[in-house]
Design a protein around this ligand. Sequence first.
Ligand SMILES: [Cu+2]
Length: 64
Amino acid sequence: MTHPPQLHGHTFALPSRLRKDTVLMAPMESLAIDLDADNAGDRMIHCLDTYHAEAGMTVASKYS
Ligand SMILES: [Cu+2]
């Protein structure tokens, strides 16, 4: 399945230098990103597909 993971509270740079907070990923795809985690607080990373997010594709992360 494809997944559109979304990072809350930050944006990241793709290899093309385009900045995003969400990117559509193909099955088993990995992706190198540049992220400056400079927005302190509790954030979520989750798949934008609600079924996937509720099935466990949700991560809480803390930035300090
Ligand atoms: Cu998904």
